[in-house]
Each structure stands twice: as C-alpha cells, then as structure tokens.
Design a protein around this ligand. Sequence first.
Ligand SMILES: O=C(O)CCC(=O)C(=O)O
Length: 204
Amino acid sequence: MEKISRNAWISYEKEWLTTQEADSIMQKLLQQEDWEQRNIVALGKERTQPRLMSWAGNIPYRYSGQTLPPKHFSSLLETLKHRIEEYCNHTFNHIVLNRYRDGRDHMSAHADNEPELGKNPLIAALSLGVPRRFMLRHKNKKFKGGKKKIVLHHGSLLIMGGDIQHRWRHSVPATGGPTGERINLTLRWLRGPPGWIGDSTEKK
Ligand SMILES: O=C(O)CCC(=O)C(=O)O
C-alpha cells in the first residue's frame, strides 16, 4: 500500500492474475459482453464516450449524466467479483467494464465521487490487455507530489482507498503509436440507487 496524501492510498499488484488467466479472461469478456458506445454529458455537453463499455450490477448507477440500468452478473463476472472481494476484504455490487479499442480511446480526468458511493469509497480496478498509463492528479495543483503515473499491466489489480476520490482525479490519457486493446473492470459498492442521500449515521 502506498500513501499518496494524508488520507489517500493506492495499492498496485502487477501480477495479480497469471498471464494465462488474464489472456483467457480477456478473450471471454471480448466475446461475452454486450459492448456499447454510450453518450455521456461532460462539461455540460453531450458527447460519445471515447471507448466501449459494459457493466453488471443489481441497482442502477448514474454518472456523467447517464444511468446504467440494472444488468445481471455473468458467471465469469460473479467469479471475478468474489476473487477480488476476498483479496480486498471488501464487498462490491457493481462492475463497469471499459474497453479501449486502441490508443485513441481514453478516459478523461474524473473522480469516483457520486453521492451513492458514500464517503471514502474503496475502488478496485482490474486491467487486461495492453499496458496503459493511469494518471493521478491532486485537485489542489499546489500540492507537492500531486502527480503520479502508474502503468497498468495485463492482469494487474489497482485498489484506491481513503479520501483519494475526494482529493484526487484520475485519467487514462490517449496515447500515440500502435496500441492494442485493453479492458478495465472497475468494482464499486453502491450504497443505493441514484439520488441516495445517505443515512443519519454517516458523515458526508
Ligand atoms: O481504465 C481504467 O483503468 C480507469 C477506469 C476508471 O477510471 C473508471 O472506471 O472510473
């Protein structure tokens, strides 16, 4: 575990899966998932996401002006979720899969800070396929050491915890040159459907 600011940390396991396992899971996901290119609202404008996506979860998840309706977990996703839950000692009820078809596909800087994720959510992210840069930037530009780069490798698991989603943003920038496909699976615990506002025992 690496502390990146007072209450924010990341943990990166480069070879969380063997190459053989990662190859096989990637092939299955490419074939089995219903990949979609969806529209989102970013900076007040509707845009087409620069990547494909799929998801699984029993409750709807709203972010960037779109709502993902409930969708069942395939047995592969259920198995992966259990393995990641055991490793993290944490429960997840939602998975978003992002498919970066080449180096042009990317994810802009954002934080996973929807109210439904609650305070200090633990987020786990499994990477498959070509390595891509994952950039972390502190929201306070003057924060010393506020820029971090991690190369996310095939079969690696990244965990983000503490107040990282409240203090930092992360992105997967576009990259030049020939680049193959990558799939990311992000696991979250949604405390309720869109509009959930917490309970009286939780400080926001
Ligand atoms: O592709 C990645 O590794 C990042 C995914 C991500 O930031 C997200 O799903 O919020």
